[in-house]
Design a protein around this ligand. Sequence first.
Ligand code: SF4
Length: 381
Amino acid sequence: MVVKCDPALEAIEAKLERGESLSQADGVALLRTPDLHTLGRLALAAKRRKSGDNVYYVLNRYINSTNVCYADCQFCSFSRSEKDADAVRMSGDDVFAKALETGSNFNQLHIVGGHDPRQLSLDYWLPLMRRFKDALPHVQLSLFTAAEIDYLARRHRLSYDVILGRLREAGLDNINGGGAEVFSERYRKIVCPKKVDGAHWLEIHEVAHRHGIASNATMLYGTVETLEERAEHFVLLRESQQRSPGYNAFIPLAFHPDGNALNDCGPTSGLDDLRMFATARLMLDNFDHIKAYWMIQGLKICQVALHFGADDMDGTHGSTDEERIYHSAGTDSGQYVDDREFRRLITASGFVPVRRNSTYDVFAADWKPEDGMPQRVAVAV
Ligand code: SF4
């Protein structure tokens, strides 16, 4: 089959040249196009306008502190009842010890978990967060998703504003982007009816930004959503960023089918993955970063994604970390990528590796906590 130039992309390219934001219909055209070469060219040009040749990575630790959850999301292979033999519920001491298991040379602590009635409470988290901030002032706390914040607010009968204010005081730097799935009400009724709805997910992030808490955003694609719903999700995120700036990165999350009720949807294709990276880069013109998270799409697709608009490969994770959300669902990515390997992969793709933290402050590649305060270095874009 000869792939011809897609006329829909010519009109989109003209809009991009005029500096106009793309519409939902444009997003659908990008997600549907067979013309991957033009799509990649447009997305790479947009990436270069944002971040030049830089591609970011972070030395981080990743912990799933509990898999106990009763939200019953249909795509989830991770959650367990507290009576299940493989339920995992870490104590605060266990979480603290796990984070420091391989030393303190990292700049982000990323923790997410289930809606666990015993663990997901302010009594558990506020002292633990303060303990981390005292011991590791160079580490940014990237904790919870908006779905967890919503659970905390309902549990304590407090507003999002009060909950987020208290979390900020205890040291919360960043909210993770999960829980967004696809914002469409139709989709959420089928797939995750017990989870925070799209409007409240957006509200939580906007309130967080007003408290000085940064955040990321995601979309879980590849199940029962339509391309129109994917494109609408991008438009809603862009409008949210306009109302209350504070999103740093968007991360496309490919569905993995093992061990969950949506198994028949199957895995996403490499082409769908690349269309998602490129469409995200072109639709989200007010987001600085598009992340290709190696744990989700695998290192090789993520390397190619750098030519389809992505400018971030996420983090190393620690060599003793055990990510369970995607591994329960069948990802064959490993658990850990050495930072030298990140730099090699990024350089081999034709880009410049840049070490960052959650909020994209930049560090020299060889920075260590014993060097004193982080050495910020200028980055050419
Ligand atoms: S995706 Fe999150 S909220 Fe939904 S069932 Fe799994 S752990 Fe619970």
